[in-house]
Design a protein around this ligand. Structure first.
Ligand code: UDP
Length: 315
């Protein structure tokens, strides 16, 4: 495809930075935007000498003018339960004002738009696996609501800009994803377990570890997102790996990959922690010809060096 100018918000984040790498490798020019609320400058440091990459430190909840762009990837938001609990109001604002501001940019420049939505739109799901037509089971006032409702508002805003203004929008519902650049201290299960295992500390299972998640390796996820961004599909599409693990099984997999003899301990289960989560990816495979390729074992092995380095830096 012809080379484009692409705006990536959340460019210093886990997914945003991987998106920048992929888009630059394809020959596009990228304007990365981040306010380092949860992003990390180290994730884009390697792009500082790349002439097709520009960076703007900007809070997207304030309107800004990026100049002409052909495409907007809206990936700015705190995303780990620990981060959005700490940054509740910021999370609500970025998922409302931030989404509207970036949709206005897409509208102004007649640009394509893809928004990073989430499996959290399904809440603690009663339908399993989760299909896109399921409306979800979300607590609107619980501790996770700052994230869940912001993301649900964003979906409504994206659909409205598509319906009322004809913007070429896309919605990806992202399921649990891991890989290099997942922040070592953001409290998510894979980062916690990998770091704990590498340090020889106990792996902290919340509850009895019977709750499930389905983990997608970052390269598979980025491939699905890029395909969706270029499709004609405007309704939400799940992108994630349907291979479902209990948290206890996940802990054992991390111990196997790291060769660690860390113990496993149980801590209290956080409020409203979803009991199970698994994407139905029929739509992604039919519409995009996409399916994940990397198993949890392979993905953890590919992430090992990154987490080892994170542990070494923290020492
Ligand atoms: N979890 C855990 N130990 C940890 C971190 C998380 O048992 O050290 C559990 C958490 O309670 C949840 C699952 O792992 O059931 C996934 O949590 P994460 O924070 O990665 O993301 P979520 O899928 O809840 O958004």
């Amino acid at each position: 495809m012809a080379s484009q100018t692409v705006l990536v918000t959340g460019a210093a984040g886990f997914l945003g930075s991987h998106l920048c790498d992929t888009l630059l490798a394809e020959g596009h020019s990228v304007l990365g935007v981040d306010n380092f609320s949860t992003g990390n400058a180290a994730n884009i440091e390697h792009l500082s000498s790349e002439p097709r990459f520009r960076f703007l430190e900007q809070d997207i909840t304030k309107a800004f003018e990026p100049g002409r762009v052909d495409y907007v990837f809206n990936f700015a938001s705190p995303a780990s339960p620990v981060d959005y609990a700490r940054l509740g109001i910021e999370t609500l604002l970025v998922g409302s004002a931030g989404t509207i501001n970036t949709l206005e940019i897409a509208r102004k420049y007649n640009a394509g738009y893809i928004h990073a939505s989430t499996s959290e739109c399904y809440g603690d799901p009663e339908v399993h696996p989760q299909v896109e037509t399921y409306w979800g089971n979300v607590n609107p006032i619980g501790p996770r609501s700052v994230y869940d409702e912001a993301k649900r508002f964003s979906e409504a805003a994206v659909m409205a800009y598509h319906r009322y203004h004809g913007v070429n929008t896309h919605l990806v519902r992202i399921f649990n994803t891991y890989g290099p650049r997942l922040q070592a201290n953001d409290g998510r299960v894979i980062s916690n377990f990998m770091i704990q295992a590498l340090k020889g500390e106990p792996l902290t299972i919340y509850g009895d570890g019977s709750q499930t998640r389905s983990f997608c390796y970052v390269s598979d996820l980025i491939d699905g997102i890029v395909r969706l961004s270029r499709s004609e599909e405007h309704l939400p599409v799940n992108i994630g790996n349907p291979d479902e693990w209990t948290i206890l099984e996940c802990a054992k997999e991390v111990l196997a990959v790291t060769g660690s003899d860390s113990k496993i301990v149980e801590l209290p289960l956080p409020e409203d922690d979803p009991a199970r989560r698994r994407p139905d990816i029929t739509r992604a495979s039919t519409l995009l010809g996409w399916s994940p390729k990397v198993t949890l074992r392979e993905g953890l092995e590919r992430s090992l060096e990154y987490f080892r380095a994170s542990v070494a830096v923290a020492r």
